[in-house]
Design a protein. Structure first.
Lengths: 620, 97
């Protein structure tokens, strides 16, 4: 049955979206229907991804070039649906299943399925039950569209749809003003990137005359390098916005106002990784655009280091994870910047596994302890042993301790970067150290130490624990798949270089020791001795304040001026003025209506006389 | 020619009366004069150009019309006077804007 979906991949977009509508319509009557149908869309995604991989494997060697579009083997020829014609250019809806998209489908499906099952416990008492699962199903469909797209049009539609789902889910608890403003912030910030991306797509479509990946990529070589660079930089800015990279990163920490499982699915594993996926997908374009690679490298470096520093000082467990996500995505962007897109994608996959695991575990912690504040947790390992076990797996993978998944993928990234640019490599090594610092600090603050007095923490129900253990499996074993991974993506796999992995592991252990020690001191801040640094880190380098002064306030005050002056005097003046003029004329004319019949008659006579006179004078 | 002049004079007198008389009855009487002017013109020109039954019929129709107008007009004057206790034209300015 899934064969149908493999050969017509866009069905994988339609079905979850239809299921979302079904959930919205019927969900109120049957309570188990919403999670069941949302789970069905996730399982369908997994099944199709698996079938596609099996089929690609059976048709032979992995490397294929489809009309110059550097991709791994396609499961089936690309199916195109003309969407609409605009002058001579046709915009097409097209989906293709190759190794890259099939692996991504597996990631999306697996995380989505875990999140749906987890949410059955986490959202049990929430009044938005139906809306929640409808949005999850809609998100799976949208994300599939983004993943499967093989034309820029399809990509952009999927790109915007996941953005919309993200907006709706961040603002899920719309009674909370913080959640609403976080949703708006996320929407507006990613909009900046999306506008740039639309511009990039427009440049490509106009210059190459087609919107299919195949067509665009095959005509890249003949294009003016300046235009290629411009288009690729625009696409890169779009990727930065979606993946919350500096300077468009401000929305992700605020997005933690949404439900925690949503953070796991959208803001850790899948949607925020879309930027990395986009660059890997359209690699030939970026290959030809050094400027865009520089943008990716720079933004990735700042994000990887800066966000890791900030994560060492946060006291909200979800904020730590959010900054950690920005930092890990930074690793991927640095890898993309130096051309190691396969390593970046590998890190994307392992990161999706262990970060979704960590987010869901933090959800379990929040559910069990009733707080998000690390400083009021402590000693939870006794009350929540199962959650503690999977958390440790996730944290070790995050810190890059072998032989867990993060070790292999982070080493692949570090190695690629080190060989291209030692300076960037050193920065990433520093970020590796910091990663271990905040990982150890958070773990100790939450799970070790003494119980807080009024702690009523309890272990979460089985529906919440089961997905955690499911996700723990890839977080442990995925690293060993690196060889298969690189091979099937037709990228050359380098064996792990011993010095780099040893150095990374030693740094991680050192960082862990530092973080562990810091968590024992009173405030638990790593730089507690230097209050200035500590404050700066807690305030996330005052980035939000900077954006507020540099951007938000000038814009709002301009708007206020426009409202107070232009709106009141120019626009209102015109509107009210037209009324006033009409009334003035009316008042003047009304005086003629004296009510005196004889005056009217005199008027009629006078006018008739005038008309006759005119007739006679004009000679008729 | 004299008929023309007479008719025009009559019309002018009637019009003058309609525009200047200050009571309804006077205005009505002036209207009668006003209607008489075209009637005179009709009959006079009819006679000058040979006459005929058609002209006479139209002339009679106009006379009946004038009588009907006077009847309706006087009835209106009575009704207005009964309601407003006046027959002065300049005092009836209820519909002023």
């Amino acid at each position: 049955m899934t064969e149908v979906f493999v050969s017509r991949p866009l069905l994988l977009v339609v079905v979850p979206l239809v299921l979302a509508v079904v959930i919205a319509v019927l969900g109120r009557r049957i309570r188990v229907l919403p999670p069941l149908l949302a789970l069905a869309s996730a399982v369908l995604t997994i099944a199709t991804g698996g079938m596609a991989l099996a089929r690609i494997h059976s048709i032979g060697p992995a490397l294929h070039e489809v009309g110059g579009w550097m991709t791994s083997a396609l499961a089936y020829p690309v199916v195109m649906h003309p969407w609409f014609l605009a002058s001579e250019q046709s915009l097409r809806l097209a989906g293709a299943l190759d190794t890259l998209s099939a692996i991504m489908l597996l990631v999306v499906g697996l995380v989505a399925a875990s999140v749906v099952v987890f949410s059955m416990g986490y959202m049990r008492d929430d009044s938005g039950w139906v809306r929640y699962f409808a949005l999850l199903a809609a998100f799976v469909g949208s994300m599939n569209m983004l993943v499967l797209a093989s034309s820029l049009t399809t990509l952009f539609i999927g790109w915007e749809l996941v953005g919309a789902c993200s907006f709706l889910l961040i603002g899920f608890w719309y009674e909370k003003p913080v959640a609403v403003s976080a949703a708006i912030k996320a929407f507006l910030t990613t909009r900046v990137g999306d506008v740039a991306m639309l511009l990039g797509i427009a440049i490509l479509v106009v210059t190459t005359g087609t919107d299919t990946y195949e067509g665009v990529v095959s005509s890249i070589k003949g294009m003016d390098p300046g235009l290629v660079n411009a288009a690729a930089v625009c696409l890169a800015i779009g990727a930065l916005g979606k993946s919350a990279q500096f300077p468009l990163h401000g929305w992700l920490p605020d997005a933690m106002e949404g439900p925690t499982p949503v953070s796991a699915l959208i803001h850790a594993a899948t949607m925020v990784a879309a930027g990395v996926y986009l660059v890997a997908r359209l690699w030939p374009i970026f290959d030809a655009a050094p400027a865009a690679r520089a943008v990716l490298l720079g933004a990735g470096l700042v994000s990887a280091l800066g966000a890791a520093l900030i994560a060492t000082a946060q006291r909200d467990i979800k904020k730590v994870l959010a900054y950690s996500t920005i930092s890990q995505l930074g690793f991927m962007f640095v890898a993309l910047g130096v051309g190691a897109w396969a390593a970046a994608f590998f890190h994307l996959v392992t990161h999706a596994a262990f970060k979704a695991l960590l987010f869901l575990a933090s959800g379990s912690v929040i559910h069990g302890s009733g707080t998000q504040d690390l400083y009021s947790m402590g000693g939870l390992r006794r009350q929540m042993p199962a959650t503690f076990a999977v958390w440790v797996v996730g944290v070790l993978a995050l810190a890059g301790i072998g032989p867990l998944a993060g070790f292999f993928s982070k080493d692949a990234v570090l190695e690629a970067v080190w060989h291209t640019s030692p300076l960037a490599g050193m920065a990433l090594f520093a970020a590796t150290l910091l990663t271990a610092v905040y990982a150890a600090r958070t773990t100790r603050l939450a799970f070790f130490g003494e119980l807080t007095e009024h702690s009523h923490a309890h272990e979460s129900p089985a529906t919440m624990l089961a997905p955690l253990f499911v996700l723990a499996v890839p977080a442990v074993v995925l690293g060993f798949a690196s060889g298969i991974f690189a091979e099937s993506l037709a990228a050359h796999a380098e064996p792990l270089s011993i010095p780099i992995s040893v150095a990374a592991t030693l740094l991680a252990l050192l960082g862990a020791a530092l973080g562990w020690r810091a968590a024992a001191t009173g405030t638990g801040a790593v730089f507690a001795r230097i209050p200035r640094v500590s404050e700066t880190l807690i305030a996330a380098f005052h980035w939000d304040a900077f954006v507020a002064t540099a951007l938000v306030r000038p814009v709002t005050s301009t708007c206020r001026i426009l409202w107070a002056w232009a709106d009141r005097f120019v626009i209102d003046g015109a509107v009210e003025g037209s009324g006033r003029v009409t009334r003035g004329i009316a008042a003047a004319v009304a005086r003629l209506q004296s009510g005196d019949a004889q005056a009217y008659a005199a008027g009629i006579v006078a006018v008739v006389a005038l008309m006759m006179a005119a007739l006679i004078l004009m000679g008729r | 020619m004299s008929v023309l002049i007479l008719s025009a004079t009559l019309f002018a007198l009637g019009l003058y009366g309609v525009l200047t008389r200050r009571d309804f009855v006077g205005v009505l009487a002036s209207i009668e004069v006003l209607i008489g002017a075209p009637l005179l013109l009709l009959v006079g020109l009819g006679a000058a150009f040979g006459g005929g039954a058609g002209i006479e019929a139209v002339g009679l129709l106009v006379i009946v019309l004038a009588a009907a107008e006077a009847a309706v007009g006087l009835a209106l004057v009575v009704a207005v006077a009964g309601r407003t206790r006046t027959t002065r034209v300049e005092e009836l300015t209820e519909v002023r804007g």
